[in-house]
Design a protein around this ligand. Structure first.
Ligand SMILES: [Zn+2]
Length: 152
């Protein structure tokens, strides 16, 4: 009798713990902070799928030749030749480098959007839309704070 009671308490205790854990914490478990110098705002975007305020990124006016890397792990994501001015207020690209990202369907805010994240470290970068101006037809809408530009 005593044995059963203990087991029962154990099961209850475990499921309560699982319920208390916010879903976002569970989802974020696969992502790791690699760059210890990330700001609070960068972490909010990368780990909580936040969005930076539009027209705030320094990268909007970046026109030099080079590559855009993940600010967390350094993974090479975009070539400057695919960058374009979408007028949305976020750095925009018509194509990502092969294998740079993985995607998932994001149903937050009553919309169905395709979220993409770094294939190497898993952090959130932005959303990809099918209204791009170039042959690919894609528009990668990327938070500037998730990117580091390295000129060639
Ligand atoms: Zn990364």
């Amino acid at each position: 009798m005593k044995f059963y009671k203990r087991k029962f308490i154990k099961i209850i205790g475990f499921s309560t713990l699982a319920l208390l854990l916010p879903i976002k914490v569970i989802l974020a478990a696969g992502k790791k902070i690699i760059n210890p110098n990330l700001s609070k705002e960068q972490k909010n975007i990368m780990f909580n799928e936040g969005t930076e305020r539009p027209f705030t990124s320094e990268l909007l006016k970046e026109k030099r030749k080079g590559f855009y890397h993940c600010a967390n792990c350094g993974n090479k994501l975009f070539a400057s030749t695919t960058k374009f001015d979408s007028g949305t207020g976020w750095p925009s690209f018509s194509e990502a480098l092969p294998g740079a990202f993985k995607t998932k369907i994001d149903k937050s805010f009553g919309m169905e959007r395709v979220e993409y994240h770094c294939a190497k470290c898993g952090v959130h970068h932005g959303h990809v839309f099918n209204d791009g101006p170039k042959e690919s037809g894609k528009r990668f809408c990327n938070n500037g704070l998730c990117l580091i530009f390295k000129p060639e």
